[in-house]
Ligand binder design. Sequence first.
Ligand SMILES: [Mn+2]
Length: 129
Amino acid sequence: MDVITTHINADFDALASMVAAKKIYPDAIMAFPGSQEKGVRDFLAASYAELDFKKIKDIDFDGITRLIFVDVRNSQRIGRFAEILNKKGLEIHIYDHHPAAPENIKGQKEGKPEYRLQFHQQGNGCGGD
Ligand SMILES: [Mn+2]
């Protein structure tokens, strides 16, 4: 089972990245690792779009074979998903724009660092989250 997730206190770039990743991994489940920012909560509650998110408590963690992280690669910002990072056979894909840090997760597939660097040099105006 594939799961697309992001950082705790999810913001709109997290939400948008999850929806974009679902286009690449159409069979994946989308799940937030924790709460969302108020604006995101309000947006989802208003049902502007039919977005199919699953609650983390309803996910069978033993059944996860691939984790797709978007807008995050810091293991301290992924809530309960950190518990299975070292699970045997787990595949990890990462699409993130944050700078390198010691606690960063390593993935078999990662977004290009050159792109991340360029993004930050230009200034992304999203407060760094
Ligand atoms: Mn974000």
